[in-house]
Design a protein around this ligand. Sequence first.
Ligand code: SAH
Length: 376
Amino acid sequence: METAAERIDLLSLDREGLEALAVKFGYKTFQGRNLLKWIHKHGVIDFEAMTDLPQRLRDQLIEQTEIRVPEVVFEQPSNDGTVKWVVELHDGQRIESVYIPEEGRSTLCVSSQVGCALDCSFCSTAQQGFNRNLTAGEIVAQVWVSAHRMQLPVTNVVMMGMGEPLANFDAVVTAMNLMQDDLGLKLSKHKITLSTSGIVPALNKLREKSDVCLAVSLHAADNALRDELVPINKKYPLEELIPACKEFIKNDKRRKITWEYVMLDGINDTNKHAKALIRLLEGVPSKINLIPFNPFPGTDYKTSSPERVDAFRNKLMKAGLFTVTRKTRGDDIDAACGQLVGRVQDRSRRQLRRVNSTKVKAPSTATGKPLNGEVR
Ligand code: SAH
C-alpha cells in the first residue's frame, strides 16, 4: 500500500488525465470518464459508491489514489448573503474562497495561490507574501466545497481570489478545463473569468489553451502610475499588455476585455485619468469595472467618494465605454476584493521587509483580525 504522499491526487486530473489513469490501471478510457462524472458531476468521493466501476478498479483506486477534499476551518456569512470560507489544505496552508449569491446565479471567487508574489500596492493579499501555488485539485476543490456546503451548484467562477492565476498557469488551466467539462461542472466559457494583473507571455499562451473570459487589472492608464500600483507593469508595460489583450479576443467579435479599475482617492480617479483611460482603450472592445477600493489596516490609500466614482463612470460612458461600478460585497467580513487573506506562511519574507518599511505597517494578520470562531 502506498503512503498518502504518494497517492495519485484525483482532483488534479482532468478528463485526459483520468482517461490515462484508467488505461494505466488496465481499463478502457471510458472508465476514466465515468470516474470524472462521479467526482465532478455527482460530487461522490466514496469509491465504493461508484457502482458502475468494476470492483477491481475501485480497489485500485482505494489503494493508489485519493480525492483530497480540503477542510473548511472557518465560515463567515456576511449581511448581504456573501459567505467566506477559509479552507485548510493538507499541509496546513490556508486560502480563502468567497461565495456570492446574486439574482439567478451564484458566483464563487476562487484562489489560485497561497498568497501572491506580485506586490500590488493596494492589495492586502500582497502584504501576506507568497507561499506556494495551488494544485489543480486544490483549485477545483473550492468549487466542490462550495456546492456541497450550499447544496447549490456554482453557476459562475471568477479566478479573483488570492493569487495571480497566470503565475500558476498549468494548474489553473487544468482546473478551468475541469470546470468546463461536460461530464463535470459543465460551466460554459462565458461563466468563467480569469483575472490577471497582466503577465503578457502567459496571456499569449493562455490564448492557445483556453477561451474563458478575461479580466485585466488595469488600475492606471499610464506606465508611471501603473508601475507604482501594479509593479509587474515594469516588466510588461501597457504597450505590450494592450496588444496582447486585443489579440486574446480578436477571433470573436462578441468578446470584450473586462478592465478592472480600483478607485483610489486622488491617485487614479480624476478627470485627467479618465481621459487617459479613454485614449488607451480606443478601439479595444472593452467593459470597465470600477471597483471602490476596499481599505485594510496599514494602507494609506483611501476610497474615492461615490460622487467621484459616478463622475468618472459618466465620463467613460460618454466616451462610449460600457462601465459598471462593482457593488462591494461582503465588506463586513473582509471578503471583498483584496481582502482575501488567509494565514500565509510567507516564503518571500515580504512581511519582514514591510516591518522595516515606513509605507505600510506590518499587521499581525493582514486583516488585523484574528480568525475568531474557527471550527477545527
Ligand atoms: N491577481 C489577479 C486576481 C486577484 S484580485 C489580478 O491581479 O487580477 C481581483 C481584483 O481585485 C483585481 O483587479 C485586484 O486588483 C483587485 N483588488 C485587489 N485589492 C483590492 C482592494 N483593496 N480594493 C479593491 N480592489 C482590489
